[in-house]
Ligand binder design. Structure first.
Ligand code: N01
Length: 558
């Protein structure tokens, strides 16, 4: 493997006549967990790799999202690589849900341990990738002027990596400190003695607000849509628990791969399947259902949403669970009017990503925290010194935008990706993303997307899905080498059938009822299509394995 490409041969031309200055076997875009493991596997195939990463170091989402309180909502022992038993035995997590700094340290440790950094060029954003039909190669260009010719281009660009900046009048007039949660500075930010405004109440804000409120003079939360949140019950990991868990690590990993223990709460040292307590809310009395929910609430974590097997399928079951959480909010928040404003009513629970918090609702009992309901008093504009809503201006020293991401497709669409005949991916995806298995796109040979749209991705433990995709891609490249094939491309019909299937699965759930980022609804003009594959990681993995076993059904090799 090389970290620099080799000098390009004279044939390496881009479609517009540009010439590559170097060549490599594979370009990998992104040095998050997906890019790191992809490089590791490619190295095992004896392929030369050139990686690009916009950040100055590895870590991806955990490099950028350093806002106060940032931590994972999957349990550390499960949100980690399984490919190396030595790695999983030697690394020690300190908390049930790891904080951002700890996960970033882990990513750095993995990069060092497997010598992955030297594959990457940091601080460079890939700007374009175009397939040169004649040469059968991709030409990849970067913000630093790189022009690399590669046989394969693998996008490890992340599902939530393009921040969404809201179009609020006057935003740029604000004279105080302004931060985007997902682009938090590397230097310490002090909240002491400051009046802090937070716009947004998704997972990021719900994690950050309690931490900021404990330090700031005053916090004003600008809420447009309340979200459902469940307690994390985070705690330090006990040595004896970790030791016992590690003794069974291989079995824990098997259950995770098969979607039987997702790691979204309630992991025990002994491996155990984690199915719903009842398949349907209709199987139990209301009192029994409440006892089940109480038990999941006490254990903590996002697996709460799976306590009843039909929460995301049946409106009545969903409303029962939603009302349970609303009652929790009413019991925690002392001011009844504030509690009601915090109660979500506009979407079924779980159809927007459930949030996992540490003391979020309790924070609204503090004297220094105010909730502004933007449905009652919308933002008129940001001024030089605060935010003006319909009921007046609130003076602020700091404004934090926790306004989400252009999810799933944003990172791919902002690169000018052109396949055969110069066709732009943005055009191919004009009405919503189209991809075969979320791995490959018809008309874009030798291009792979890790955890792309149409795969379980954001509905799963990302580390589990990343490893599955990387392994599948590596196996595919190995098969190609064995067959002497130079090119692999998804068949347009196979792609269409898969897209239809993904849509059918989503249509049978309550997911499409929410204006969520899963649906692209948070980005003006983005097509409303449910983007992840909602059938679960196990059925999905089986499809991918079957496709490979049947000679890569739906793919053309040339
Ligand atoms: O973003 P979001 P996020 N005026 O899109 C509001 C993952 N994640 O960064 O709902 C006022 O959920 C918007 O309001 P509305 C996780 O998958 C994981 O918080 O559009 N408000 C919403 O409240 C998560 O789901 C972890 O009405 C505006 C908020 O901004 C995903 O990332 C931690 C507005 C955006 O919420 C995204 O989470 C953090 C406007 N103009 C993130 N525009 C963990 O692992 C937007 N909003 C725990």
């Amino acid at each position: 493997m090389t970290h620099g490409g080799e000098p390009a041969s004279a044939e390496s031309f881009g479609p517009n006549g540009e010439q590559a200055t170097e060549q490599t076997d594979v370009v990998v875009v992104g040095a998050g967990f997906a890019g790191l493991y992809m490089v590791h596997r490619l190295r095992g195939l004896n392929l030369t790799v050139t990686g690009f990463e916009a950040g100055d170091d590895v870590g991806g989402t955990w490099y950028w999202n350093r806002y106060p309180g940032a931590r994972c909502d999957a349990e550390s022992l499960a949100y980690s690589f399984s490919f190396s038993p030595e790695l999983e035995q030697s690394w020690t997590w300190t908390e049930r849900y790891a904080s951002q700094p700890e996960i970033l340290s882990y990513a750095r440790h993995v990069a060092d341990r497997f010598d992955l950094r030297r594959a990457f060029r940091f601080g460079r954003r890939v700007e374009s990738a175009s397939f040169d039909e004649r040469a059968g190669r991709w030409l990849i260009t970067s913000s630093a002027g790189d022009r690399v010719s590669a046989r394969f281009c693998i996008m490890a660009t992340g599902c939530l990596s393009v921040p969404q900046v809201p179009d609020i009048p006057g935003l740029d007039d604000f004279a105080g400190e302004r931060y985007q949660a997902s682009l938090w500075p590397h230097e310490p930010v002090s909240f002491a003695g400051k009046r802090v405004g937070v716009i947004g109440t998704g997972s990021s804000a719900i994690q950050a607000i309690p931490v900021i409120a404990a330090q700031a003079e005053r916090v004003v939360v600008f809420q447009r849509t309340p979200n459902f949140s469940v307690p994390a019950r985070n705690e330090p990991l006990d040595d004896a628990f970790v030791e016992a868990f590690k003794r069974h690590y291989r079995e824990h990993r098997r259950l995770a791969r098969e979607g039987k223990a997702s790691g979204f709460g309630g992991l025990e040292a002994e491996p155990k399947e984690q199915g719903p307590a009842v398949e349907s809310a209709r199987e139990a009395t209301d009192a029994e259902l409440r006892r089940i929910l109480e038990d999941y609430w006490d254990t903590g974590g996002a697996r709460f949403i799976g306590a009843l097997g039909d929460t995301l399928l049946d409106e009545q079951a969903n409303e029962f669970v939603a009302e349970f959480v609303r009652d929790k909010i009413r019991s925690i928040v002392r001011d009844p009017a504030t509690a009601e404003r915090l109660c979500p009513r506009s979407h079924p629970i779980g159809t927007k990503r459930i949030c996992v918090d540490t003391g979020y609702y309790e924070t609204f009992n503090r004297d220094n925290v105010e909730l502004v309901d933007l449905t009652e008093t919308p933002i008129e504009r940001v001024t030089g010194h605060g935010v003006r809503t319909a009921d007046g201006e609130r003076p602020l020293d700091m404004l934090i935008l926790a306004t989400g991401f252009d999810a799933m497709t944003g990172a791919l669409r902002r690169i000018d990706i052109r396949g055969r005949d110069g066709r732009a991916l943005a055009d191919h995806w004009r009405d919503g993303p189209r991809a075969y298995l979320g791995l490959a796109v018809a008309g874009f040979p030798n291009l792979f997307t890790i955890t792309g749209p149409g795969s379980p991705s954001v509905l799963s433990n990302m580390l589990v899905s990343i490893e599955q995709h990387v392994d599948w891609i590596a196996d595919c490249l190995e098969t190609m080498a064995g067959r002497g094939a130079e090119r692999v491309e998804a068949d347009p019909d196979a792609e269409s059938r898969w897209v239809d299937h993904v849509n059918e699965v989503a249509a049978a759930t309550l997911f499409p009822q929410a204006g969520s980022w899963y649906m692209g609804a948070n980005v003006p003009g983005k097509p409303r299509v449910f983007m992840p594959y909602a059938a679960g990681v196990d059925p999905y993995r089986e499809v991918c394995e079957r496709v490979a076993a049947e000679g890569y059904e739906g793919f053309h090799f040339a």
